[in-house]
Design a protein around this ligand. Structure first.
Ligand code: HEM
Length: 384
């Protein structure tokens, strides 16, 4: 019986040796074939550059000329192969920047952004506690003056309302899973986020249209001039209850808000466009090339389409949080922070005393204009 068992084992061993021999011959004839993952992606292993230019040769070359570990090291390092399918992203099996992107987005970005938002709210709270509501020093006069025409208010509110919805739906994408989800539950959060995503996508166009409108209507009033220097030197009279430095239609502080809105809005729009239409633009590579040219820096310009997308999401988030901080301050001063300010964008009519205190040069220009064209409906009107 023992002898029979030994014979059987002998037969199995010989069969295994035979199979191994056939495999070895087959491997020697065909060379090393890449693993199934490469095969599925249609990548030509011969085209994959190895991570170690001097190494990669296996002693005896039993398994072909490429070392397995160097081969996979190259894959891990993000080397792209050749593919025969249209999706070029598939040529890169492991994109390490993706991990760096994820850690930055879910780590420092969300953390510091939340500090920035909270910091701005606390600052405004402190400012309100110290300064209180900025009053009309001479009280309401009972006469009003037209500050913004209907078309100007339409442009402003189109920009403002779309921005507020974009901000809320965008913050939900950034923070919702840590906050809102725990308040309203998984299903409701999934629904809110999906609806919010559609709103975010489509309202972006209203935001861009509003941006173009206010730029065209207000750019000439926002060019810097010498009145701004005096306004800045007096700190906008922000801590004085009586003295407000002279200003034209927009003071230096408002000009800053205007240009931040325009430039920040353009930057948000372009990075948002890149996210709306993925893999169609190369804004970052092109911008980096220009920056290198002007400042002699060495920013990477040959960015893959995936890297472009990753940078777009990061930049879009950073810019949006920055803009939200700026606009929170703007909303504060345009509403609770200053008596009489909201009327300018509400009815379009502001009290004459408010106008004289905050925009004295504009009132003079306006009066002169009215005088030249008098009688005109834009002359100060008794308040109703
Ligand atoms: C949603 C709440 C908002 C309120 C209550 C508000 C209020 C106002 C008011 C009262 C003015 C006129 C100030 C004046 O008479 O001199 C104004 C101007 C302006 N607003 Fe808004 N706004 C809001 C949102 C926004 C948003 C979201 C943006 C941009 C994304 C924006 C951009 C501007 C710009 C560029 C000006 C002209 C420059 C300035 O006055 O600072 N506003 N806003």
């Amino acid at each position: 019986m023992v002898k029979g068992l030994a014979t059987d084992l002998n037969k199995v061993a010989r069969a295994i040796a035979g199979i191994m021999l056939v495999l070895a011959v087959a491997i020697c004839i065909n060379g090393f074939e890449p693993g199934p993952a490469w095969a599925q992606q249609g990548v030509d292993s011969a085209e994959v550059p190895l991570g170690n230019p001097t190494g990669g040769t296996v002693p005896g070359e039993v398994m072909g000329s490429s070392s397995d570990s160097d081969f996979w090291r190259a894959v891990r390092g993000g080397s792209a192969g050749n593919i025969s399918i249209p999706d070029q992203n598939a040529a890169t099996l492991v994109q390490s920047e993706g991990e760096a992107w994820r850690s930055f987005r879910n780590g420092p970005l969300t953390l510091y952004a939340s500090w920035a938002l909270l910091g701005m709210i606390v600052l405004l709270g402190i400012f309100y506690a110290i300064r209180g509501r900025i009053k009309i020093a001479h009280g309401r006069s009972g006469q009003t003056i037209t500050r913004f025409a209907a078309v100007e208010r339409f442009g402003h509110w189109m920009l403002a309302s779309s921005f507020v919805v974009l901000a809320l739906t965008g913050l939900n994408i950034l923070y919702g899973r840590y906050t809102l989800k725990h308040v309203i539950g998984n299903e409701a959060f999934a629904f809110v986020t999906q609806v919010g995503k559609y709103m975010h996508n489509y309202l972006a166009f209203a935001f861009m249209a509003g941006l173009v409108m206010i730029f065209v209507m207000w750019v000439r009033h926002n060019l810097p001039d010498k009145t701004d220097i005096k306004w800045i030197l007096q700190g906008g009279g922000i801590f004085s209850s009586k003295l407000h430095p002279p200003a034209k239609k927009f003071n230096a502080g408002q000009k800053v808000i205007f240009w931040l809105t325009i430039l920040g809005g353009i930057s948000l729009s372009l990075s948002g466009w890149q996210l709306l239409f993925p893999y169609t633009t190369h804004f970052f590579g092109e911008t980096f090339a220009k920056v290198n040219l002007v400042f002699g820096t060495d920013l990477p310009v040959a960015l893959s389409v995936l890297q472009e997308q990753q940078l777009a999401t990061l930049w879009h988030s950073i810019m949006s949080v920055f803009m939200i901080c700026v606009i929170i301050a703007h909303i504060y001063i345009g509403s609770v922070g200053m008596e009489g300010a909201f009327d300018a964008m509400g009815s379009g009519e502001v009290d004459l005393n408010w106008a004289k205190e905050h925009h004295s040069l504009w009132v003079e220009e306006h009066m002169q204009d009215v005088h030249d064209r008098a009688p005109d409906k834009n002359a100060p009107q008794p308040a109703e």
